[in-house]
Design a protein around this ligand. Sequence first.
Ligand SMILES: NC(=O)c1ccc[n+]([C@@H]2O[C@H](COP(=O)([O-])OP(=O)(O)OC[C@H]3O[C@@H](n4cnc5c(N)ncnc54)[C@H](OP(=O)(O)O)[C@@H]3O)[C@@H](O)[C@H]2O)c1
Length: 249
Amino acid sequence: MSLSGRTALVTGGGSGLGAAIAAHLTAAGARVVVTGRRAEPLREVAGRLGARAEVCDVADPAAVDALAARLADEEVSILVNNAGVAGPVAPLTEITPDEWDEVFAVNVRGTYLVCRAFLPPMVARGDGDVINLASVSGKRPLARRTPYCASKMAVLGLTSTLAFEVGPAGVRVNALSPGPVEGDRMDRNFRLEAERTATSVDEARAAFVGRAALGRMITADEVGAAIVAMLAMPGMSGADVDLSAGMVA
Ligand SMILES: NC(=O)c1ccc[n+]([C@@H]2O[C@H](COP(=O)([O-])OP(=O)(O)OC[C@H]3O[C@@H](n4cnc5c(N)ncnc54)[C@H](OP(=O)(O)O)[C@@H]3O)[C@@H](O)[C@H]2O)c1
């Protein structure tokens, strides 16, 4: 699959899954722009991949519109809405309104704002791909994670609705729902869960991973490869692609 001649914008592209997605898109031939709030990780990724780094807070409408203006000549035709925050791990009754709002501001409002700014040129050109990072938690909820799970359910709803709005113009909108990904973020969750349930970190990990049909988590590389594979399916829109090692099987 060659993405040569296409420009991709990856939000949250300075770290984690975003950096892996940026690497896979670059390897497939796309010109890549990575964006996020912190300049340093973006510069590192951009330097390594030969990508363009642009600081932007996706929850800030003015910043997102300014980014779209700066990239007007780039003809972004692949938009990966990956920026996201995990939010608090606590019962709903202990979550503050500010904590709740921050999760929705980035995960849902940010996705909406970036789509709002970057879709019009794609619609005008009659081609483009939007891929929104949802999560298996948007389908198989986790207790003590209400804002995150609810925000990812909202991302799935936004995806399927938007697919119908821009589909007639030839623009595809899909979601990728990863399961838990090997790395620091999950290691931190396992430590918290072990503390909470007075078990060992290994036991907390085994209990969680045992929920997946394949008995394992997925890797950031698999997420990057899945994004490129989704771009090779021009007949797909409004889909929610599960990449959870069978956590919802
Ligand atoms: N890791 C998993 O197990 C997993 C599983 C399923 C789904 N996901 C989803 O996959 C996506 C990436 O997850 P990850 O694990 O790679 O997370 P991560 O390592 O925490 O990275 C999140 C990225 O988003 C950026 N970001 C956060 N708030 C932002 C904002 N307001 N504006 C712009 N950028 C912002 C961060 O950069 P700055 O802080 O510099 O802004 C960072 O680069 C998220 O949507 C997440 O919900 C992750």
